[in-house]
Design a protein around this ligand. Structure first.
Ligand SMILES: Nc1nc2c(c(=O)[nH]1)N[C@H]1C(S)=C(S)[C@@H](COP(=O)(O)O)O[C@H]1N2
Ligand SMILES: [Mo]
Length: 387
């Protein structure tokens, strides 16, 4: 930190007007606004992703080797799109809030923008991220702005029987159910209690710009602390119901299947993907002059620290450089790599949260009992060649 402070001051003295105003912005911002100390030449990972078999679904992934900003620019933010990309015009678009409410609402984007503004910086991860050999960049961090969901639900007046809130997108695709083929909208449900959580937003901005089309223009749900799938894009309808919602992305896809043991007998559990899990990944190895460093990110809970292991060596404590103390956003970390020997090395990271939980190893019994790739929050190992 002292080093960063020093170089920033030097930059302030030396810089022209543009640099000064940038630095002033940084000074005025929260502590996470420091420049990431990952300058230097990037040593590419030896392990690269397998070809993406579903480019229409995984449209974009974060490129870890290019990671250099704590807030992910929208054009580098991963995109998951299970159906079509609906092109919605702001003038025709409306949000309906209905179902078991005493006062159904129909709102234009202007109506929503006129409400009290709220913001949250939230690192969103697809629950499939790192569960598949072609997918490791399904995570990104943005400041989302919009209006709080809870006051709107209160205004609509949820009736006594209401226990579930369903969020519908404008996109739809074919699903087969036995003999029937239907065109099903993308939708996810949450218990009323979960939906009323104070941090949930109906978001119309991402990093200070209107939500880009691929990220759900004009409005999406932002449910901080939940896996990506809960954050419904292209939102058109919110409906309160009297039963749990069992749509495709609740009950068929994004379902974790696990073998548990009860009194010596195997019991299979099926759980819909919900809250984030503690996770981290090495982002890149850089070389500046003769000094090597490793930087990465940790997310999925309030981060207290991260450690890095090189080959089979001891866990080395990393320094958090940005995002410390954030409730929903990732923390960036770095470790100096003192005089690596030439040859191939493995680099593994693990995150620790504020409650002392540690990110599990991939062979942790709880993770190993899972037969599906969702919620794979095991430690990530990358390979690098030092020449
Ligand atoms: N309407 C709609 N919302 C959606 C999806 C979708 O396909 N349609 N994909 C979900 C999934 S699985 C993820 S991981 C996140 C990805 O959000 P992003 O594309 O803005 O990164 O959006 C979620 N919301
Ligand atoms: Mo996802």
């Amino acid at each position: 930190m002292a080093q960063a402070e020093l170089s920033r001051r030097t930059a302030l003295k030396q810089g022209g007007a543009a640099l000064v105003s940038l630095s002033v912005l940084r000074l005025a911002g929260p502590a996470h606004a420091f420049q990431t100390p990952a300058a230097g030449e990037v040593i590419p990972w030896l392990d690269q992703l397998e070809p993406n078999p579903a480019p229409e679904a995984i449209v974009r992934q974060l490129d870890w080797e290019r990671l250099d900003s704590w807030l992910t620019p929208p054009d580098q933010f991963f995109v998951i799109k299970h159906y079509n990309e609906p092109v919605l015009s702001e003038s025709d678009w409306r949000l309906e809030i209905g179902g078991l409410v005493s006062q159904p609402l129909t709102l234009s984007l202007d109506d929503i923008r006129a409400r009290k503004r709220a913001e949250v910086t939230f690192t969103m991860e697809c629950s499939g991220n790192t569960g598949l050999p072609f997918f490791n960049g399904g995570v990104g961090n943005a400041t989302w702005a919009g209006t709080s969901l809870a006051p709107l639900l209160e205004e609509a007046g949820v009736l006594e029987e209401g226990i579930e809130v369903v969020f519908w997108g404008a996109d739809a695709g074919e699903q087969v159910r036995g003999d029937v083929t239907i065109t099903e909208q993308f939708a996810r449900g949450m218990s009323l209690g979960d939906a009323l959580a104070a941090d949930n937003l109906l978001a119309y901005e991402m990093n200070g710009e209107p939500l880009p089309s691929l990220h759900g223009f004009p409005l999406r749900l932002i449910a901080p602390g939940w896996y990506g799938v809960a954050n419904v894009k292209w939102l058109t309808r919110i409906e309160v119901r009297d039963a749990r919602f069992q749509g495709h992305f609740m009950a068929r896809d994004y379902v974790t299947i696990r073998e548990e043991e009860h009194d010596g007998e195997a019991v299979w559990t099926f759980t819909s993907v919900t809250h984030d899990r503690l996770k981290s990944a090495p982002a890149k190895v850089t070389k500046l002059d003769d000094r090597y460093s490793i930087m990465g990110a940790a997310w999925g809970a309030q981060i207290a620290g991260a450690d890095v292991r090189i080959d089979d060596g001891p866990w080395l404590p990393a320094t958090l450089t940005e995002g410390e103390g954030e409730k929903f956003a990732w923390a960036f970390w770095t470790v100096e790599w003192e005089s690596p020997s030439s040859g191939e090395h493995t680099i593994t990271s693990r995150a620790t949260d504020e409650d002392g939980n540690v990110q599990p190893a991939p062979d942790d019994p709880f993770l190993a009992s899972k037969t599906t790739y969702w919620e794979s929050n095991g430690q990530v190992t990358r390979r690098v060649l030092i020449s």
